[in-house]
Design a protein around this ligand. Structure first.
Ligand SMILES: CC(C)(COP(=O)(O)OP(=O)(O)OC[C@H]1O[C@@H](n2cnc3c(N)ncnc32)[C@H](O)[C@@H]1OP(=O)(O)O)[C@@H](O)C(=O)NCCC(=O)NCCS
Length: 146
């Protein structure tokens, strides 16, 4: 496995919007499609990356600096329904954490949020060291300090 984060560009966006979830998992995230998420992302801080393994497009993540650069946030992480439970979500988050650590000097943190019913997200983020620290609009807020 050679998982990389690659910017969404004019050359790959049509592949990125084919990334999909089973219907029940779309209930766990706000935008109803990756196309919708990419549109909304134009108004979010941070950047949209494809999660790529070799030549395979396996997921999408929007992440980046917030709070004037003192912290990092992951707005959405999606691993395609055909590529789940293969370690891609964890590998993508490890890449995100590496980028945040090199961008936020002197120690900082990464914030994520997920629906309380989203067991996959809860377990993935907990296994990476994220600690729940509150609630925002019904979602669990969790933070990894580094
Ligand atoms: C959450 C998500 C990103 C996980 O991606 P993934 O590539 O399947 O996860 P990984 O294979 O890297 O698994 C890492 C860990 O996550 C947890 N996990 C992943 N899927 C799980 C599931 N269906 N049920 C319970 N735990 C799960 C496990 O702890 C797993 O570790 P393990 O394999 O050692 O048991 C994926 O299920 C997804 O895209 N879900 C829909 C979108 C979403 O909810 N995103 C998160 C909120 S923005």
């Amino acid at each position: 496995m050679d998982v990389r984060l690659e910017p969404v560009t004019i050359d790959n966006w049509e592949e990125v919007i084919k990334i999909d979830l089973p219907p029940e998992q779309w209930q766990n995230v706000d935008p109803p499609s990756v196309l919708h998420a990419l549109c909304e992302a134009q108004f979010w801080p941070g950047k949209s990356d494809a999660v790529v393994d070799g030549d395979a497009m396996v997921g999408y993540v929007h992440h980046g600096a917030i709070q004037g650069g003192d912290a990092w946030a992951v707005a959405i992480l999606i691993i395609d329904k055909n590529h789940q439970r293969k370690g891609y979500g964890r590998a993508a988050m490890e890449r995100v954490i590496e980028q945040a650590r090199s961008a936020v000097s002197g120690g900082g943190s990464i914030l994520i949020s997920y629906r309380p019913s989203n067991v996959a997200a809860e377990q993935l983020y907990a296994s990476l060291g994220f600690k729940p620290e509150g609630e925002h609009e019904g979602d669990v807020l969790a933070r990894l300090r580094f």
